[in-house]
Design a protein. Structure first.
Length: 353
């Protein structure tokens, strides 16, 4: 059980044992077993939306918030004045929230739940363009440019969003409980709101079961106290992120990775526990291979209803989605193409937080 009550940050599959210790190892064993049996797992396309927003009702008043809802002192916006007061540092973010406050109330039921989603566009973001002799309506919420035909979207849509999480709000707002596979059929349709369905059908995905079983064997056989690794995880996670930023191989030979790690970190823990850290690095590479196999299988099952590109200068370079999200009753994790998407995302200047 990963004990994730609020969707603030999702762990990468390959980093789950490092982030969560022995409970993370147990979670991955359970997840792989479920994938092998093709049961009790929900898979969603991870859309590259921004910002993440939460909407719902308090005392019959509709509000919109960002992840600041999870602050010790939550920021809820019931009016445009609230938005301006709570988010004074970004006009871009204010404008996005104005649109969300104006138009999303028509889709959200007043049923005691809050709904979290990633914003895809607001009306000014939409453009009509021709790419490879095809007409698209495009929008770029963050790193990826998305293109949809006029059969699926209208230039007159006011806002686009992909909802993925709900929260029970009967309890104190500081003690919300997340549902990562909520019933979104209760959301109401609106001609002004484009809601993207990011669910993938588990039955349609053809996994490489040999890789899943081999990875499960590796998790069962490794002899490392991952709770001790978790207690010293901060530097090793920064090390992995840094390698992505500088386009350095996460699957380099383990002794090379180890030497680079102790050069990166001044923490003597790593140098004093070489054999354990080598084992962790080897498992990390095994988990990357497993992640890439699962991700490849998932991407093959995605319908061709939305196109995706990186825009480099004036050229559109076709790309895959950011990744996928795997959800079980024990937790939720992300599978990201870090060699491709994460490097671009790390180096993108963000317009808002």
């Amino acid at each position: 059980m990963l004990n994730q009550n609020k969707l603030i940050h999702l762990p990468h599959l390959e980093e789950v044992p490092i982030c969560f210790g022995s409970s993370g190892v147990d979670y991955l064993k359970s997840l792989l077993d479920a994938l092998i049996k093709k049961s009790k797992v929900h898979i969603k396309i991870k859309m590259d939306g921004s910002p993440s927003i939460i909407v719902g009702y308090v005392d019959d008043r509709f509000f919109v918030s960002t992840k600041s809802l999870f602050n010790k002192n939550p920021k809820l916006n019931f009016t445009n004045d609230d938005i301006k007061k709570n988010h004074p540092d970004s006009v871009d973010l204010q404008n996005k929230l104005y649109y969300a406050l104006t138009y999303l109330s028509s889709t959200i039921p007043n049923n005691g739940n809050y709904y979290q989603g990633d914003l895809l566009f607001t009306e000014p973001d939409l453009q009509k363009v021709k790419i490879s002799d095809q007409e698209y309506i495009i929008f770029k919420p963050n790193t990826i440019v998305y293109g949809v035909s006029e059969n699926d979207i209208s230039i007159d849509h006011k806002i686009g969003i992909v909802f993925h999480t709900s929260y029970k709000s009967e309890a104190n707002i500081n003690n919300l409980q997340a549902d990562y596979n909520p019933d979104l059929s209760v959301l109401k349709q609106s001609k002004q709101v484009f809601m993207y369905d990011n669910d993938l059908q588990l039955d349609h995905i053809k996994f490489d079961f040999n890789i899943l079983k081999s990875t499960l064997n590796s998790l069962n056989s490794i002899n490392v106290d991952f709770d001790l690794i978790k207690d010293n995880s901060e530097d090793i996670l920064k090390f992995f992120n840094n390698r992505v930023k500088i386009d350095s191989d996460l699957k380099a030979e383990s002794n090379i990775l180890f030497n680079d790690l102790i050069s990166f970190s001044s923490d003597s823990f790593f140098k004093n526990n070489k054999s354990k850290i080598i084992a962790v690095l080897n498992l990390h590479k095994t988990l990357i291979d497993c992640k890439e196999s699962i991700l490849k299988s998932c991407l093959k099952s995605i319908n061709d209803d939305i196109k995706m590109w990186f825009k480099l200068d004036s050229e559109y370079q076709e790309t895959n989605p950011e990744g996928v999200v795997l959800i079980t009753s024990d937790g939720v994790i992300k599978l990201i193409d870090r060699e491709n998407f994460s490097k671009n995302n790390f180096n993108l200047e963000k317009n808002w937080r």
